[in-house]
Design a binder for this molecule. Structure first.
Ligand code: PLP
Length: 373
């Protein structure tokens, strides 16, 4: 046998399935583990989707394959709403999810790239690298420093997968911390891939994008997604920004390489998802309503856990926060949360709590925690 099995060390299921399995067979479990926004999508957006579907059923209305890099109209909306029109259409690529795009960039940068990321963090940073055989150097966040990202601890890297605000901590980097990371990348010829999945949830003055000014243009790619704030996880729609200034060490353009890579390996995102994205964005800042509700929920959840005697961390700028447990929430309260040890085994005794919870379930959690003291 000559082939190397690169995936045999990966976990057989994703971490969330493992957690759900624990709750199976138990009655009246309330979940605070879900990291998915399944709220209803705006009626007007659905109407536009239905109209688009109808067009596909008409003679001559079927448009065939979409452009590999995405619809120009959607790119323009993204550029306008998230980046103040800073980029050209060629620098924005529409995709069907950050998860897919992460693996694309991991493949593009290849097995020689020394890759780093904060842990606990989104598992694909590590697992995607492991699949392609790229060496990884995790930077562990520490509860003694409140799970804050310590950029000084970041080693020299070829690629750094940054998630701000982070899943699972809900903590975002300050502008100064980002600038320190950009300097590290620039001084050592590295590139940052910023996973901005939860950026619209940032409540503080911390940057929602690495492109808050021009500094990151030659060191960072940014990945944005409609999954969480727009409840599009089941629709699948995201984007990647690859600034034209970004270069490989030999001086060649990352933008050009990525365009060729996509043309060779991808046939584009469904017209329907893209049209829904346009329909949503042209309605302006409407999406922030959902974000506001979730973040208000996070504030009251943190307060409840604190007043119930638990230490809590993070959650200022993202829909998740951490609780130092001391007890098994599932056993004691019939409440399911996501143990931090499922991100990295060293984090025993902490758990992630999610703000994506219905009003009804929140009331049940409140009464269970309040009645237990
Ligand atoms: N990045 C982070 C940090 C996530 O938590 C998730 C989903 O939970 C994703 C990316 C996946 O995003 P998408 O639905 O765009 O693939």
């Amino acid at each position: 046998m000559v082939l190397l099995n690169r995936v045999h060390n990966l976990k057989k299921t994703n971490i969330f399935q493992d957690v759900l399995a624990r709750a199976q067979g138990k009655k009246e479990v309330v979940s605070l583990a879900v990291g998915d926004n399944t709220g209803p999508i705006e009626k007007e957006v659905i109407e536009e989707l239905l109209e688009e579907v109808r067009i596909f059923g008409t003679e001559g209305g079927h448009k065939g394959y979409p452009p590999e890099e995405g619809l120009d109209s959607l790119k323009q909306w993204i550029n306008k709403i998230f980046y103040n029109g800073r980029f050209s259409s060629e620098e924005i690529f529409i995709s069907d999810g950050i998860k897919t795009d992460l693996f694309r960039f991991q493949t593009l940068f290849g097995p020689e790239a020394r890759s780093s990321f904060f842990l606990p963090g989104y598992p694909t940073y590590k697992e995607g690298c492991e699949i392609i055989g790229a060496p990884t150097h995790p930077v562990y966040l520490d509860f003694l420093s409140g799970f804050n990202p310590l950029v000084d601890n970041v080693p020299i890297f070829d690629v750094f997968y940054l998630c701000s605000p982070n899943n699972p901590t809900g903590i975002a980097l300050t502008q100064k911390e980002m600038e320190a990371l950009f300097a590290k990348a620039r001084n050592n010829g590295g590139v940052i891939v910023h996973d901005a999945c939860y950026a619209p949830y940032i409540q503080s003055k911390k940057p929602r994008t690495v492109y808050f000014d021009e500094q990151a243009l030659d060191v960072a790619i940014e990945l944005g997604s409609f999954s969480k704030w727009a409840a599009f996880s089941g629709i699948r729609l995201s984007w990647a920004v690859v600034p034209k200034e970004l270069k490989f060490r030999d001086g060649s353009s990352i933008l050009k390489a990525y365009t060729s890579f996509l043309n060779a390996t991808y046939n584009g995102v469904s017209w329907l998802s893209q049209k829904m994205g346009c329909a949503l964005l042209k309605r302006g800042n409407i999406y922030l309503k959902g974000v506001e509700t979730t973040m208000k929920r996070v504030v009251s959840m943190k307060e409840l856990f604190r007043s119930s005697g638990f230490e809590v961390f993070g959650g200022e700028d993202g829909p998740y926060f951490l609780v130092k447990t001391g007890v098994d929430f599932l056993e004691k309260y019939n409440i399911l949360t996501l143990p931090l040890s499922s991100f990295a085994t060293r984090y025993k005794g902490f758990t992630r709590v999610s703000g994506f919870v219905s009003e009804k379930n929140w009331e049940i959690v409140t009464s269970r925690l309040q009645n237990s003291f």
